[in-house]
Design a protein. Structure first.
Length: 208
């Protein structure tokens, strides 16, 4: 029999899966853009040995400073190019706006003329409309009704004239002709009264 110690029990297996790889580190932020302006003030080399009086004269003259910047500064070319591009674009936009203004003025004048013409036509139409209503007034419902009533009164007067003529003996011996004329007159009166009555009762289509 061997005197060696017994082997240790096996290590328990975990039920939780262990990630094989660690999460990737976040990417570093991009470096800030480098400025076109140097970190140190730019001084042209030929100014290093100039006396202070000349430097004071230069600093007190903005036109000289502008000329010095344009001639010697490293960013002068890019700045001038960008400024030239912007000025060219502004000039093009100004020309376009000027053309639009001219077209707008012409269009406004044309519209104004058409508006004046339209108002003149509107005035003429109102005059014609008034004339139309005056002409149609004779065929309106009140006018037609008044004419019907007047026609009844006229037929009554004609019938009365025929009757008075017979009473006074003006018709002579032709009694049959008088009777026939009187009947025709009374028939006309009856028909016209019937029309007025239908109108009053609302039995005339298209007029009430």
């Amino acid at each position: 029999m061997s005197d060696a110690p017994p082997l240790p029990p096996p290590k328990p297996v975990s039920r939780t899966a262990t990630p094989t790889t660690a999460a990737a580190p976040a990417a570093p932020p991009p470096p800030p853009p480098t400025s076109l302006v140097p970190s140190e003030p730019f001084v042209p080399s030929f100014l290093h040995d100039k006396p202070l009086s000349d430097l004071h004269t230069l600093l007190s003259s903005p036109p000289l400073l502008d000329s010095l910047f344009t001639a010697t500064h490293p960013t002068s070319h890019s700045t001038t190019s960008a400024l030239t591009t912007a000025l060219t674009s502004n000039a093009a936009h100004a020309a376009h706006l000027s053309a639009l203004e001219t077209a707008l003025i012409a269009q406004r004048a044309a519209v104004q003329q058409k508006l004046v013409a339209a108002r003149a036509l509107e005035g003429k139409w109102r005059e014609k409309e008034q004339e139309m209503y005056v002409a149609l007034n004779a065929f309106s419902s009140p006018a037609l009704y008044a004419r019907m009533v007047a026609a009844v009164e006229e037929a009554e007067r004609e019938s009365d004239v025929v009757a008075e003529a017979m009473v006074e003996g003006a018709a002579g011996g032709d009694v049959e002709a008088w009777v026939r004329g009187y009947r025709e007159g009374r028939k006309k009166v009856g028909l016209r009264r019937e029309r007025v009555g239908r109108w009053d009762e609302g039995r005339v289509g298209g007029w009430r």
